[in-house]
Design a protein around this ligand. Structure first.
Ligand SMILES: NC(=O)c1ccc[n+]([C@@H]2O[C@H](COP(=O)([O-])OP(=O)(O)OC[C@H]3O[C@@H](n4cnc5c(N)ncnc54)[C@H](OP(=O)(O)O)[C@@H]3O)[C@@H](O)[C@H]2O)c1
Length: 175
């Protein structure tokens, strides 16, 4: 059965983007020749979901070729390409609709950002959360998480450290 997963990088103080939008804070810790699980992620991804802010900034990084991208936005006239769909409405229904059309070995990659991720967790729509903690304190920027109504428990399934000081944490969320 297909799952919904996310994979993000965050500063130690919980920001997924710097205030000025420059990715230097992250790129300086990425080692050449290290894949960070990217190929495996690409292979399992049957569809991307992302918030409008992420789409505006990072659309080029998500997916290649024909993998469908669903942009969650109130802006129904957002300019997109052939494989990109604009969605506004119930997130649970979006997930169910995408899953219905996915091959069983493919999963949904919730690509970000923090606003949409928070809603997915809040609505129990996320199965796996993978966070690369970058050894930097940004002080300000775009937060990984917004407000949650209740505490959420997670199960740590894997952890990995890199020479650059990055730590990869994989969690499973209970529905
Ligand atoms: N470090 C990483 O790994 C990583 C990964 C992904 C993204 N990012 C960064 O994260 C930043 C964006 O994150 P963010 O939290 O600001 O925004 P976001 O979650 O990407 O997008 C938020 C926007 O999506 C739309 N939206 C959200 N929920 C909706 C809903 N339920 N119904 C309809 N529309 C909805 C709204 O846009 P409208 O006003 O258009 O409706 C909202 O302003 C970017 O800077 C990106 O580069 C970082």
């Amino acid at each position: 059965m297909s799952t919904v997963f996310t994979s993000l990088a965050a500063s130690l103080d919980g920001y997924i983007q710097s205030k000025d939008g420059d990715l230097g804070w992250l790129n300086q810790f990425m080692a050449k020749g290290e894949d960070y699980g990217f190929e495996a992620t690409l292979k399992r991804t049957g569809a991307y979901i992302m918030g409008a802010n992420t789409y505006h900034e990072m659309a080029g990084m998500a997916g290649s070729g024909a993998t469908p991208v669903y942009v969650v936005t109130h802006n129904q006239s957002l300019k997109t390409n052939r494989h990109t769909h604009v969605y506004s409405g119930d997130l649970d229904e979006l997930v169910r609709t995408i899953k219905a059309g996915l091959a069983p070995d493919k999963d949904i990659y919730l690509f970000g950002g923090g606003q949409l991720l928070t809603q997915f967790i809040e609505q129990n729509l996320l199965d796996e959360l993978s966070i690369a903690i970058v050894p930097i304190i940004l002080g300000e920027g775009i937060p990984l998480f917004r407000h949650f109504s209740l505490p959420k428990r997670l199960l740590l399934t894997k952890h990995q450290t890199y020479a650059s000081g990055m730590i990869l944490l994989d969690y499973r969320l209970s529905r």
